[in-house]
Design a protein around this ligand. Structure first.
Ligand SMILES: Cc1ncc(COP(=O)(O)O)c(C=O)c1O
Length: 415
């Protein structure tokens, strides 16, 4: 077996299961799941209709680059949403089966292990090559764990950039040492960020684009929460490129998904867009990997990307729930409104010793509420784990369940 498999961390939810293995949930309460970020709002009925109407097409093999109509629809959506002049559906867009697999596989396709030439004079042996230091992939910390696993399995070294209150939970890019950037082949950005809810500004993008030019690394921008915002729509990486006149999107790729935007996590539908010089070899990689989206799913995806009404409705539901939590619990809990997304990233109250494991255990044992311990989403670097002392709460449950969760948490905090 690939020995790197043994260095993969268990998934955060596996760590939660271990933590709660000997706990009993409050028996007088029904279970409320706020741990996993699985959307629970209704999927749009018209999308499911298209899926049903096209089930007979399951008899055909889909192509890896998908239907032209799907890529064209996505191009139109991107142009409108991010103010782009033109995207080429042939070379700048690839449908993928949810962003998770694409985030993982893109890393496998792009990471390169250059060999350093050693001359006979230096080694006293016949001319040979020796691996250079492993490439680096820079990522936020806390993070979506696929970034780390993808780096490990591509034999790259993850470099964790702490996202703390001191840097608005975005990560301090300016503090990354030069010798890290020189080995960096790819930088993951998650905007809106899971779990912190931070969003990149135009200035942030401009700074990162300058770094990418200087050190020739790819910026991989995970934007799967981009449509769940409150006041203004987050600026995406392609939008920043276009505003700066970088219409070839050099070294930039973005990931988008229907999972959160349209409440279709089971459809497994998303796309990667950006630099054609990355997407074309990546398409060839995907042809071998063999993950093409079934045609009924592609047709349903076209319907979903073409409609904004259901997305606005979805946003309104999240806004209602965030407002409810803020007004009902804002004084008892250190609640900070995220800039976008559907997570609260909450500092654990002192009465739980500021300890995320203690707090999530109490929520489960006394209120039958699932939340996620922050430390399971992050890594300790130089003795500090930026997720420790935080919990992530996903506002995925219905408005009624949210009310119930709030009332139970109020009781727990007042106890
Ligand atoms: C930050 C982030 N990126 C990507 C994904 C993957 O989403 P999907 O594969 O459903 O598109 C998730 C899912 O929770 C996520 O939180």
């Amino acid at each position: 077996m690939n020995h790197n498999l043994t260095t993969l961390h268990p998934y955060p939810f596996a760590k939660m299961a271990t933590l709660l293995a000997n706990s009993t949930p409050a028996h007088n309460h029904s279970e409320i799941k706020l741990g996993i970020g699985e959307p629970k709002h209704e999927p749009p009925a018209f999308v499911l209709d298209v899926l049903r109407e096209n089930l007979d097409k399951i008899g055909q093999y889909p192509t890896t680059n998908g239907l032209f109509e799907l890529r064209q629809t996505i191009a139109h959506w991107l142009e409108k949403r991010f103010f782009l002049n033109h995207l080429d559906p042939h070379s700048q867009i690839l449908p993928v089966m949810g962003t998770r697999e694409a985030i993982f596989s893109l890393v496998q396709a792009v990471v390169d292990h250059p060999q350093t030439e050693l001359s006979e004079a230096t080694t006293n042996q016949p001319a040979s090559t020796k691996p250079a230091q492993p490439p680096i992939i820079v990522m936020p910390n806390p993070f979506y764990q696929i970034y780390e696993g993808a780096a490990i399995l591509a034999q790259a070294t993850p470099y964790f950039m702490p996202c703390t209150i001191d840097n608005d939970f975005k990560g301090n890019y300016r503090a990354v040492p030069k010798d890290v950037w020189t080995r960096t082949q790819l930088l993951f950005v998650c905007s809106p960020n899971n779990p912190t809810g931070s969003v990149m500004t135009m200035d942030d993008w401009e700074y990162l684009l300058r770094l990418s030019d200087q050190y020739s690394f790819i910026i991989a921008s995970d934007e799967c929460y981009s449509e769940l915002y409150f006041d203004s729509a987050p600026i995406g990486l392609l939008q920043a490129c276009a505003a700066l006149g970088r219409h070839d999107f050099k070294n930039c790729v973005v990931f988008h998904s229907l999972s959160k935007r349209s409440n279709l996590p089971g459809l497994r539908s998303g796309f990667v867009a950006g630099d054609a010089n990355i997407l074309q070899p990546y398409l060839q990689y995907r042809t071998y990997q063999g993950c093409a989206m079934p045609i009924p799913h592609q047709l349903a995806s076209i319907a979903a990307w073409e409609d904004e009404k259901h997305v606005a409705h979805n946003r309104a539901l999240y806004q209602e729930k965030f407002a409810l939590w803020m007004s009902e619990l804002g004084e008892l809990l250190d609640l900070r409104m995220p800039e976008a997304g559907f997570y609260f990233w909450i500092k654990v109250p002192e009465q739980f010793k500021g300890d995320d494991e203690i707090f999530v255990k109490a929520l489960y044992e006394q209120a039958n509420i699932h939340a996620l311990a922050g430390r399971y989403l992050s890594r300790e670097v130089n003795g500090e784990n930026p997720g420790q002392g935080y919990v992530r709460i996903a506002l995925v449950a219905s408005v009624d369940e949210s009310r119930e969760a709030i009332s139970r948490i109020r009781k727990l905090l007042n106890a």
